[in-house]
Design a protein around this ligand. Structure first.
Ligand code: PRP
Length: 185
């Protein structure tokens, strides 16, 4: 039993994920040499990606967290309604801020976060996102560091939840359509 019963297939396996995260870490390490890098993790989905990514970044950096809600528990799609649940703990003025997100879908969440953080005067502001469902984009957002482009399917694992469960799954799995309108346990 476990998460496998809810998955119709594995979209990205553990080895492929880890390899891509290492590549992103190397690229970020090159680009941010000598800068004041601050990784801003968007909770909760971004947390697994952040902890793997930061261990692949070889330049000194700080981390901070913010929590935003865009889906609402039980919803299977972004509503476009963005709410700030928890703000950063420090001032980002003069910092080279890199937002770390698990997935960009409509783009409303990132659009909101970028607008909010830009107003606080960072030295630079960029986005590192593991997954991109580009077919679904509504907001005009550019991702500077992207892990994978994925099709428009409900995915979970590696930080992404199904009804707040299974974020610990080490792969990106596709939710079986049978569970689109059923709560999992
Ligand atoms: C997810 C994801 C992004 C957002 C993307 O968060 O982590 O923040 O949705 O969707 P969008 O591009 O359509 O705005 P969610 O609200 O599910 O919260 P979570 O990270 O706590 O699971």
């Amino acid at each position: 039993m476990g998460w496998q019963q809810y998955a119709s297939k594995i979209l990205i396996d553990e080895q492929t994920l880890q390899k891509r995260v290492a590549e992103l870490g190397a690229e970020i390490s090159r680009d941010y040499a000598g800068k004041n890098l601050l990784l801003v993790c968007v909770l909760k989905g971004g947390v697994v990606f952040l902890t793997d990514l930061m261990r692949q970044i070889t330049v000194p950096h700080r981390i901070d967290f913010m929590a935003i809600s865009s889906y609402g528990t039980g919803a299977r799609e972004s509503t476009g309604v963005v709410r700030i649940l928890m703000d950063l703990s420090s001032d980002i003025q003069g910092q080279d801020v890199l937002i770390v997100e698990d997935i960009i879908d409509t783009g409303h969440t990132l659009e909101y976060i970028l607008r909010l953080l830009r107003a606080r005067g960072p030295a630079s502001l960029k986005v590192c996102c593991l997954l991109d469902k580009s077919e679904r984009r509504q907001a005009n957002i550019e991702v500077d560091y992207l892990g994978f482009s994925i099709p428009d399917e409900f995915v979970f694992g590696y930080g992404l939840d199904v009804d707040e469960l299974y974020r610990e799954v080490p792969v990106i799995a596709v939710l079986d359509p049978r569970y689109y309108d059923q709560t999992v346990s």
